[in-house]
Design a protein around this ligand. Structure first.
Ligand SMILES: [Zn+2]
Length: 378
């Protein structure tokens, strides 16, 4: 499996912008030559253009001329002469073993004239990849909007087989508790709640002011808030994948939940935290360990009793779940997490024995107490 690690790099624009520009020109010269000569053969392109390119772009290291030629021919081949895949002025440039070396955090890049060195700031959550995976190559990109260079490092490692033995863990994601597992582990945060309230308050006051400086602060805060939630998601998913003996993590599929009519509360729950990101982080960390993340339908997971499987309205009161039928009581998120796990076990019939299926027949009870009329719906 491959992962791309993108890191901002402080590089000298007066050296690297001309490099990008000239390499784009070399690329385009090849792309234009190719259809006229009806070939994307690399040796033929080399014979026809190499000396000419070397003369014209005398400051560009020849390793780039060769590498750019190869990528240009591959690009033409991919379009089968139907399009000319020309590059823009500052299009990204691929580096390989000949044009870059990475020692620790020090990256050295070939460029116009001598090699340039830059120290990369590697975020903590990229550490395991950075330290132990194999570096396959890198692309240098430049954003004309933010005037920022980025190094995109491509790493590879063998995909662990999914054959490890382990249990199935259901996870309920929420705002009060960020994650609660079917084994009763709570990943809360009081801190998150406080931070969210603070962000909300700051945002509201800045919005109310509406001055240019308030608007700027609002924009900066958006970034801060994003970084905060990303950091929390990284930390919690890291703890979850580290749980020993667990092989499969079951999450609710919250895709399109906001579009369906699920009520204000549910929408607020989904809108106020990057749950999608949480799932993504969990999945890629799990994959590295030979574990897996699967999704189930989120319907009824919070209304169903995880003990007798009765689905009833009004059984949940804030953080408490109390089943009117069998008198089962549990923290509501914990109850939901068990349902999430069991829904997965049920949905994959090969994993569930017939007995389990027979016991867990879904039913809906309308009305919240047994003395009232109720109706069971299959
Ligand atoms: Zn019950």
């Amino acid at each position: 499996m491959k992962r791309t690690v993108s890191i901002p790099a402080q590089l000298n624009p007066s050296i690297f912008l001309p490099l990008l520009e000239q390499c784009a020109e070399i690329f385009n010269a090849h792309v234009d030559w190719s259809p006229e000569n009806k070939t994307y053969n690399k040796s033929k392109a080399h014979a026809a253009l190499y000396e000419q390119m070397k003369k014209k772009h005398s400051e560009v290291p020849t390793a780039f001329i060769q590498a750019v030629r190869d990528t240009a021919m591959e690009a033409v081949k991919a379009t089968a002469f139907k399009k000319r895949p020309r590059k823009k002025k500052y299009s990204g440039l691929r580096f390989d073993k000949r044009t870059m070396t990475l020692r620790g955090e020090q990256l050295s890049l070939s460029s116009m004239g001598k090699r340039e060195r830059v120290v990369l700031k590697v975020p903590d959550y990229f550490r395991p990849i950075f330290d132990s995976w194999k570096l396959k190559g890198a692309t240098l990109t430049y954003s004309t909007q933010t005037k920022q260079f980025w190094i995109r490092l491509v790493y590879e490692t063998e995909t662990p087989s999914l054959k490890i033995a382990g249990t199935i863990l259901g996870i309920d994601r929420g705002i009060q508790q960020l994650a609660v597992t079917s084994e009763g582990q709570f990943f809360l945060n009081g801190n998150i709640r406080a931070a969210q309230r603070r962000y909300l308050y700051n945002r509201k006051t800045a919005q109310a002011k509406g001055t240019p400086s308030a608007r700027r602060r609002l924009k900066a805060m958006g970034g801060k808030e994003k970084r905060f939630s990303r950091d929390v998601n990284h930390r919690v998913t890291k703890q979850l994948v580290s749980l020993e003996g667990v092989k499969t993590y079951v999450l609710e599929d919250l895709k399109g939940v906001r579009n369906k009519n699920r009520g204000k509360k549910q929408n607020k729950r989904i809108g106020s935290w990057p749950f999608h990101q949480f799932g993504f982080f969990l999945a890629y960390k799990a994959q590295m360990l030979g574990k897996e993340v699967v999704y189930v339908d989120p319907r009824y997971t919070s209304k169903k009793c995880s003990c007798c499987k009765e689905i009833q309205k009004g059984s949940r009161n804030k953080s408490k779940y109390h089943c009117r039928k069998c008198n089962f009581q549990l923290h509501a998120d914990w109850n939901a997490a068990i349902n999430i796990r069991d829904n997965y076990i049920l949905s994959s019939t090969s994993k569930a024995s017939e007995e389990q299926v027979a016991v867990i027949q879904p039913s809906v009870m309308i009305g919240n107490n047994q003395s009232q009329a109720y109706c069971l719906v299959q």
